[in-house]
Design a protein around this ligand. Sequence first.
Ligand code: IDE
Length: 604
Amino acid sequence: MNVVYKNANEPIEARVKDLLSRMTLKEKLGQMTQIERSVATPAAIRDLCIGSVLSGGGSKPFNNATSADWADMVDGLQKGAIDSRLGIPIFYGSDAVHGNNNVYGTTIFPHNVGLGATRDPDLVEKIGAATALETRASGVQYAFAPCIAVCKDPRWGRCYESYGEDTQLVRKMTSLVTGLQGKPPQDHPYGYPYVAGRNNVMASAKHYVGDGGTDKGKNEGNTIIDYENLEKIHMLPYQDCISKGVCTVMASYSSWNGTKLHSHRYLLTDILKEKLGFKGIVISDWEALDRFHSPHGSNYRSAVLSAVNAGVDMVMVPFRYELFLEDLSYLVESGEISMSRIDDAVERILRVKFAAKLFEYPMSDRSLLDIVGCKQHRELAREAVRKSLVLLKNGKDPRKPFLPLNKNAKKILVAGKHADDLGYQCGGWTATWEGTSGRITVGTTILDAVKEAIGNNNTEVIYEENPTTESLSGQDFSYAIVAVGEAPYVESGGDNSDLTIPFNGEELLKLVASESGIPTLGILISGRPLVLEASVVEALDGLVAGWLPGSEGNGITDVIFGDYEFHGKLPVSWFKSVDQLPMDSQQNLYDPLFPIGYGLKCKN
Ligand SMILES: OC[C@@H]1[C@@H](O)[C@H](O)[C@@H](O)c2nc(CNc3ccccc3)cn21
């Protein structure tokens, strides 16, 4: 007998209609439920017809779990789904936001602020394709990326997750969706979800809408702006993602003029689904419904009512899923949530699952394991690092450029807290949610890269994380490379209103460059512009914004030693003082230290 929904030759909409008609209410509500790995079991997934499982930032089977360990975990949960009455597969979501960064040994690409500095959408598309391969190798079919926030204020703790402050730049970088999902055929229907095949993942355009425009950059805050500017500044990148067939859109924790996005029917349904024609899934953010009321998690049924009726199709619960299902079931039985709303949500979920070919390929493809952290991907990441670095100063005298540095110098000092710390280089959303210090995965630090670049020359490389005038005196260094910057942070933990260089970074730059009088290149490893006193810039011979480059530190030495030319241009305005924030490059009063788009070349 031809069971339409099980037949891959049937049109997707026919499969959706057939499967929906076979589902009980309980199964439909289960599909709208996304739960966290730590509370997921094959039995619960089977019995409740759970639609999806996720790893919250850093949630993994065990420490240093490899891609194969992840694939074992995901496949184990998928078996529960396949054993359910109708055999509807789950999709497993993870924040693969700069590579498959939760997993040990994967390629870690520069965070989005650095990719914005490249101005290279083709490169970003390739990064998406590489990320998709390494993500699928771990069994994960769904990446919570790209973040297409237009970050208008660097005080925002998620500034580094944004490609920049300019809408048109962010629009170009939505090419990541095509890299992750694959390129839809010419005749692909507008707004319809698309995934090319097993080497691709579903993407999530986030966080809809205006997350990067909140007042004073407060994370999960309030974006105070009229609709015309909300659309012009923050919504246009969603149109680009929808036109590329993005499978999901994640709602923002933030509010628009005082109303939470997660309960905003006009923006989620009237605009996103109806006006913009989005046919995929609107997914909530983590515990977003628990944050509707105070105390956290209170009045939950009311939050479920608001969010689902506003247009949220799948809820990233992620822990209290029995309560979610109980409340949702009550609200449907009572008629406060209509069956047509439930059917719309479930149709969208099934549509994405059929489009992603999950019914045909529910299990991981172990043949992909060899591609994880492979040379080709690391070379791509190294290219991205090269192209992301922005040269802000090159010499105290324009006629005497300081860079490129001499690989055959007699004696080089490498210093600073960020010179030999892979975790700091990678930033947040790496190995753990917040990110950490140290050798957190496979990669090359700045110090490693300097030593590799110097090779067997007679050059002496001295490393001191925290030198003093005493330790430096009489050492006769040819020059110094001093890497300073931010420790990793994430979300509200990164909200910061003074934006000075942590760990006394400015003092160290001054100590090496002026007090010790060593010709010095400063490298700033940070997710955003930081305060640079004029005296510090003046004291330095060279200054480079390195952003959060990820695992391939060689990309940094490629350009500072002149094997490649600098390419990067600022994706954000570099303020003189935080009193100037938020900066607007369109205003006459615009008076940055370095303007958006600024970036020197080495050789001219
Ligand atoms: O990891 C899933 C999502 C991620 O995709 C979103 O971009 C991000 O907003 C997000 N945040 C959390 C967890 N947030 C959290 C905040 C405070 C305490 C515990 C968790 C999960 N997620």
